[in-house]
Design a binder for this molecule. Structure first.
Ligand code: MN
Length: 257
C-alpha cells in the first residue's frame, strides 16, 4: 500500500489548495528570475490591474447603456473586477453600439429594448433580436447583483419558492444543474407565470420575454461571465453567484400578479 511521504503530502496539498478556489488573481507578474538579484527589493506592491479601455462611443443613438449600479470590485471575491469591467464595458456596451448602428433608419429606431426584442423575434434578420435581448438581459443581471438587499427571499417570493421547489436550497441546486446543461452560450432563468415559478434555459440573447413569461432572476452563463475567475467551472460560478450575490429584494420587486 502506498504511503504518502510528508513531502509528497505537502506538495499534493499545495496543488489541491491552488486549484480549490476561484482564480481571482489575474495576469501574474513575469517570473522572478528576470529580476537582478543584487537589487534590494522592497516588498513589491502588486501591480495595479490594467483597466480595460472604455470602447469608442459608437454611433450616437437612442439605445444607451445604463450605468453599472455598483463598483467593479464590489462582487469580490465571487466575481473579480476585471471580469466585471470586461463584461460591462466591452460585452454589454457592444450590444448598444451595435443596436445604434443597425437600427438607424429602420422601424426599430423608435422602439424601446423590449419592443425590439418582441418585434425582432419575428424578423428573419436576428441581429435586432440578439442585440436588444442581450442589452436587456444584462440590465436585469447587473441590477440583480447590486450589493445590499436581502440575502434570502421573503414574503410572497419565499412562499412561491416554497410552493414550487420545496426550499430555496432546492431551487438553487436545480438552477446550478440547469445552468450546467446550457450547451454553448445562454442564460438560466427563474421565470414566473402567475403562481407558477419555473427554471428555464435560453440560448444566446433569448429570455422568458419571448414566451410571454416574467424573468425574475437570470444567470448569464456565457463564458465571458465567469471564465477569468472560474475557468471552465461553470457550476461552481453559478453556485457562488446564487449563494452570495443575488439581491433578493430586486428579484422580489419583479414579481407580477
Ligand atoms: Mn454577458
Amino acid at each position: 500500500m502506498y504511503e504518502m511521504t510528508r513531502r509528497a503530502f505537502v506538495a499534493t496539498a499545495a496543488i489541491l489548495a491552488s486549484t480549490a478556489k476561484p482564480n481571482l488573481g489575474f495576469a501574474q507578474a513575469p517570473a522572478q528570475e528576470t529580476q537582478p538579484p543584487a537589487a534590494a527589493p522592497a516588498p513589491a506592491a502588486p501591480a495595479p490591474e490594467p483597466t480595460p479601455p472604455t470602447p469608442p462611443a459608437g454611433t450616437a443613438g437612442q439605445f444607451k447603456q445604463p450605468p453599472l449600479p455598483f463598483q467593479e470590485g464590489d462582487l469580490m471575491p465571487f466575481i473579480g473586477p476585471r471580469t466585471v469591467a470586461l463584461h460591462y464595458r466591452r460585452h454589454h456596451a457592444s450590444y448598444y453600439n451595435n443596436l445604434n448602428i443597425i437600427t438607424k433608419d429602420t422601424k426599430y429606431a423608435a422602439m424601446n429594448l423590449e419592443q425590439v426584442v418582441v418585434e425582432g423575434n419575428k424578423d428573419t434578420d436576428k441581429r435586432f433580436f440578439n442585440n436588444a435581448g442581450q442589452a436587456l438581459n444584462h440590465e436585469l443581471y447587473w441590477e440583480m447583483l447590486k450589493p445590499g438587499g436581502a440575502k434570502a427571499p421573503s414574503g410572497r417570493l419565499a412562499q412561491l419558492i416554497y410552493d414550487n421547489f420545496g426550499s430555496l436550497a432546492d431551487l438553487k441546486t436545480k438552477m446550478v444543474t440547469s445552468a450546467s446543461n446550457v450547451f454553448g452560450s445562454g442564460w438560466t432563468w427563474l421565470e414566473q407565470s402567475g403562481s407558477k415559478l419555473s427554471i428555464v434555459n435560453t440560448l444566446g440573447g433569448d429570455s422568458p420575454l419571448t414566451s410571454g413569461k416574467n424573468g425574475l432572476l437570470g444567470v448569464d452563463v456565457w463564458e465571458h461571465a465567469y471564465y477569468l475567475d472560474y475557468e471552465n467551472r461553470r457550476p461552481e460560478h453559478v453556485k457562488a453567484l446564487l449563494d452570495n450575490l443575488v439581491n433578493w429584494d430586486v428579484v422580489a420587486s419583479r414579481l407580477k400578479a
